[in-house]
Design a protein around this ligand. Sequence first.
Ligand SMILES: [Zn+2]
Ligand SMILES: [Zn+2]
Length: 291
Amino acid sequence: MGVSKDFSVHFWGVRGSIPAPGAHTVRYGGNTTSLEIRCGNQLIAIDGGTGIRLLGESLLGAGPLHATLLMTHLHLDHVQGFPFFAPFLVPGNRFDIWSAHHNGTGVADILRQLFNQPAFPISMDMLKAELNFHTLQPGDTLQIGDATVRTARQRHPGDAVGYRIEYDGRSFAHCSDWEHPADGLDETLVDLVRDVDLMSIDATYTDDEYHGRAGPPRRGWGHATHTAALAHADAAHVRNTLLFHHDPARTDDQLDEIARTTLAHRRDVRFVAERQVFQVGQPLMLPARTV
Ligand SMILES: [Zn+2]
Ligand SMILES: [Zn+2]
């Protein structure tokens, strides 16, 4: 049997800031950030938002897991699913968990706070999986099996890390949470994502929201507009773009309406929905497999 060269990205949570369940978010989903990336037999996950509970359910019974977990940053919407990630309870599982230091702390400290009274009944020493914590500096390059992972610092309060994963001649980048500059392009981001086959990128706000024509101005809140996300995708010659980190107040119908007006002629761009799976290197016009 040959070695699989599958390179896929499965989105288990696409919502920004806080989970947003309800009748108006069923199609795009209400869970916060969790991505499952498969590079052949290698499992790389990004972030531990509430979507990681679903990823965990999908992995149970799959045998001992040796996986890598990459943290963009440690804001609550990116870590709050960890207490419900069942594979952490399974002996024999092993996770290599990478994060930068954010405001002087790393992911291990955050997990110790989450898995502790009075926040949660289960403490860290009750987790049976082996958790190995590693610190990266934005700009580092990691080698994870046959995948090469480039990193870059992103414009976000307290910083975030953007990732570019290259495998078997194909490339995927994940750039959330991120705010565009007031003028011009963020050259650090453009450099990270240049020519990738697929990118998911923070696109939380409409222009009216960001500039205060619809509610309070959102400049400085750490997130980008749809327009800015597309401008950066185009400048970097990104082949296919998934708009990500949907505002918790954004309904399914509003996302569809923005897609109709802003993305009307863009077959290379779409709002990503929870549970969608994409094959890196294939055009978006093929329907994504939804499981
Ligand atoms: Zn976030
Ligand atoms: Zn954040």
